[in-house]
Design a protein around this ligand. Sequence first.
Ligand SMILES: [Zn+2]
Length: 328
Amino acid sequence: MPRQQPTSQASRIQYRRPQASRSRRAPNTAGAARAGYPAQRTRGDWYALRRRRRRNRRLARLGVLAALACVAAAAVFFLLPSVQNLLTPKPEKPTAEVLVAAKAVAAPEESLPIVAIDPGHGGVDRGTEGPGFGEYEMTWRTANDLADLLEADGRFTPYLTITEEESQNPDTARIKPSERAQRAAAQGAQLLLSIHGNSDVSASTSGYECYAIPPGRANHEESLRFAHCLTQGFGALGQRLRGLDGVRYLYYGDNDEKLLYESDDTTVHDDPTFGVLEYAQCPAVLSEQCFLTNSADVDLLADEDGCQRAAQLYYEAICSWFNLEPNQ
Ligand SMILES: [Zn+2]
């Protein structure tokens, strides 16, 4: 039996198609001549139209599926990180012990206290001459021996205020005491020891003395404490402590004369003291290691062994000032 063309569909197609065509076309004779076209549609035209409709429906279904796929993909994209966050174990907060340990490991070597050592003379300024080394040589050797001890100790960073050239080359300009103190301050020194050798017109004069930052000035108390650490060591060695207890204050008077005061004098004087103490930005002491004009002093503290011996005493005094036990 031949397939019947559904009249209802045919009539719907006949109604819609011409309207759409007419609305899109320009009013010309060709358009007017095609006005009766749907009524004359053939069976082949109808099948072609049906195929197009099926294809359109398939395309529409594909479009819907594609849209659903996009929504699903977006959901996965946005929700997956949250799900992963939920599933991934969060790193534990570091405990106090862990933080302390990390800090200890990360502590840089620069955090070690800087101890400035000033070899009190050098260059054209040779200092006192005597039977042993000259003052520039004695202070240079002692300062280097002390720096070696501090370095070997591992808890300090030693700093020498002058270079070997500035110490040993007799043609090098004198480095002023104030500049030495400023160099130490520029390094951030926490303690400054200026090493000197004493002298006297009398070869029998001997003993140990050192000079602290005078009363009424910044760092006086800690300077005085360091001075007493030094006299304790040199006194224990058998050196006579000069004056009251080996610790003194010195001022330059109006005519540059030296004015000496013992450590129990708490009077505040405006007169300047030694330049290296005057310009120090930390506790500082000027140490007169021994009398270079006295042979017994030189034998004890100013020859090669003597410089090493003095360096050991300075090292122990520095440890004592930092409240540390010496390990060298
Ligand atoms: Zn000197």
